[in-house]
Design a protein around this ligand. Structure first.
Ligand SMILES: Cc1cc2nc3c(=O)[nH]c(=O)nc-3n(C[C@H](O)[C@H](O)[C@H](O)COP(=O)(O)OP(=O)(O)OC[C@H]3O[C@@H](n4cnc5c(N)ncnc54)[C@H](O)[C@@H]3O)c2cc1C
Length: 465
């Protein structure tokens, strides 16, 4: 009997139930990963995320090779090609058992259903594990058996279940045989260097530990200020499945000696963000229409967004004349990452100041973010656009200047990303235009492309029932 572990968005060796279960079986164990360039293009996978993926794929392949488990990396066009490619591989290598962790997107679920059907035809037993969320989507429901549409009761139910059931972190598998050679693989997809991020699971686990020991306690007070390094910056690894929420919980528990179940307890604010992540993943499974470019609130699909392409380009390029928006967008374009507060500001600005369909922004984010993840990205955009579950009400419209003044008071973040404003005095940094007119008239920084007060009125009219 030979077993095969199919890796997907779970490029890790710790806390990987499918790998662990396969490693306990007698007979050979192999691993497989499918590179699907056309599918990735359709899903707007960012080149920087592809680069990070390639590095972690090689790190996992190398680690498995050290344990005598060969990893096969196969390129096919898209998900539709996987069932037959997997079937051929299983027949070639005498595989009778397939092990994988469950995925959540609608296309991924239908891919897996097709694989299951194919395997049944060839008498290959499939073993699926729930490892992506702490509790499988569909297992946290209201009293009437539906998915929660509001975050707070979901999080209460989630915490109650955690308190009752606890959690388990799966160990790494035992070595299976002699060390094998690992030939590094190159993923066939456009790539942008991710060298400022860790490409190895142990380094990521160290980063998690460091955050938990050094920064977790101050997270509540520091997390909203983009000039401060106050958040974990673990999202790219959670998105790729290099680490899991269970490992985050285990490290929290190690540092705090307990899981914070109450808002007043240290560490709760950070845990709460991880639960938001779970909420959006559960929503995606319960309401697959959100994977298909639909608003969670169907009535919001009737809004006629003006979608001015020039305004969209200015937003993408960080040339709107609103310094906090422009600094955030240039940071995204240059690094592939953006602080959460800034994501909220630029998303609100695109939709409620420029009146551009939130799906344009969602797509641009996916094409550029190193942590681009369908559930969190869609959830974040629908929250900002007031089209989502438990979203900001449509009349809550961020004032981009006030947001900058509040969260980057001295303009430290702005000056880091907008060098043309580096000499502007602190008290003008959020509204530099009058100062520039007098003291630096040839400065190329653009005038505001819209008037916020007018734009606000247009938004209210667009949303009016
Ligand atoms: C418009 C918009 C788009 C977003 N797109 C993505 C995306 O594509 N991928 C992504 O991982 N996050 C996304 N987020 C959520 C959030 O901005 C990032 O997860 C966060 O900035 C990552 O930084 P961090 O790792 O330092 O987070 P921390 O503050 O340290 O939080 C810990 C972890 O919790 C999760 N998390 C934190 N905040 C949220 C949130 N609001 N929603 C869901 N999960 C959260 C992330 O996995 C994060 O790594 C988006 C938010 C908005 C408003």
């Amino acid at each position: 009997m030979s077993s095969l572990v199919w890796f997907r968005d779970d490029l890790r060796t710790f806390d990987h139930p499918a790998l662990y279960a396969a490693s306990l079986q007698a007979g050979n164990v192999r691993a497989i990963y499918f590179v699907t360039p056309e599918q990735w293009q359709r899903h707007d996978l960012a080149p920087i995320r592809a680069d990070l993926l390639e590095r972690h794929l090689n790190a996992v392949g190398q680690r498995l090779a050290e344990w005598g488990i060969p990893m096969h990396v196969i390129t096919v066009a898209d998900y539709a090609a996987i069932p037959s490619a997997l079937g051929d591989f299983c027949r070639q290598h005498g595989i009778s058992q397939l092990y994988a962790n469950r995925d959540i997107g609608i296309y991924e679920l239908s891919r897996d259903a097709a694989v299951q059907a194919h395997c049944e035809q060839w008498q290959i037993a499939c073993h699926w594990f729930d490892a992506r969320c702490l509790f499988a989507p569909g297992s946290i429901l209201t009293g009437s058996g539906d998915m929660f549409k509001v975050y707070t009761p979901f999080s209460r139910a989630w915490l109650k279940k955690l308190m009752a059931e606890g959690y388990q972190v799966w160990p790494q598998p035992q070595a299976r045989g002699q060390t094998l050679a690992w030939q590094p693989v190159t993923v066939d997809y456009p790539k942008v260097s991710s060298q400022n991020w860790f490409g190895n699971e142990n380094e990521v686990l160290n980063q998690l530990r460091q955050f938990a020991y050094d920064k977790q306690i101050d997270y509540t007070t520091k997390r909203d200020f983009p000039a401060i390094d106050g958040t974990s910056r673990l999202s790219p690894y959670l998105a790729l499945g290099v680490i899991t929420i269970r490992q985050c919980l285990a490290v929290m528990q190690e540092v705090l000696e307990q899981i914070p179940f109450e808002k007043s307890e240290p560490g709760f604010t950070w845990l709460n963000e991880l639960i938001w992540r779970e909420f959006y993943q559960h929503l995606l499974v319960a309401y697959p229409r959100v994977c298909m470019h639909k608003g969670f609130k169907p009535e919001t699909d009737l809004i006629r967004w003006p979608n001015n392409e020039q305004l969209f380009t200015a937003w993408c390029e960080g040339k709107t004349g609103y310094p906090i928006v422009d600094a955030a967008m240039r940071c995204l374009n240059q690094t592939g990452w953006m602080h959460n507060r800034l994501r909220m500001i630029v998303a609100s600005f695109l939709v409620k100041d420029l009146h551009i369909d939130w799906r344009w922004g969602e797509r641009y984010f996916m094409q550029h973010l190193i942590d681009g993840e369908l559930a969190a990205n869609n959830g974040g955009w629908q929250w900002a656009a007031s089209t989502g579950a438990d979203a900001a009400p449509y009349f809550r419209i961020f004032n981009p200047t006030a947001q900058g003044q509040k969260f980057d008071e001295q303009g430290i973040f702005i000056k880091r990303w907008l060098p043309e404003l580096s000499h502007v005095p602190e008290n003008y940094i959020h509204t530099p235009h009058d100062w520039l007119k007098i003291f630096d008239p040839s400065n190329s920084y653009p005038a505001p492309i819209v008037d916020h007060a007018q734009a606000r009125e247009i938004t209210l009219a667009l949303f009016k029932p």
